[in-house]
Design a protein around this ligand. Sequence first.
Ligand SMILES: [Zn+2]
Length: 146
Amino acid sequence: MAELTADLLSDLLSRDPQRVWASACAVIRLHDPAALDELTRHLPTLERQTVDLELGGALFPSAEHLQQALRVLRAHRDGRCGCTVYPDYLFYNPEKEAQAGRIRILSADEPPDWNMNYRCQCTACGTEYAVEQGEYHYTWWQWRQD
Ligand SMILES: [Zn+2]
């Protein structure tokens, strides 16, 4: 197993809230198929080890980051496109996903504002999404397939 993958896995299994949180956030943005393959193989253990974990979180529950990391791995296991998990999580910034080449921004409100709308398309499968950007203590993005 690659070192990065081994680190991510041991952090996720550590039951240390800080390490689990950091690793979950990394897995959410992981698009390396080999690393995802490795982690997905440990999915049953990950689900078992984290099911009752109290992660805290003041503004946004850290458990949501962990749940999203597990959704990313389940999607990979089931052969679904990485974009299918966007609607389940509020922190996929369309600009960053576009910079990473995972989506294309087809249109965006002009001028840009805190509250604005994007239209995006997955570069892998072509699915289109309406993305609403909003602000409530933190900036969030709600992805909807339509
Ligand atoms: Zn896709």
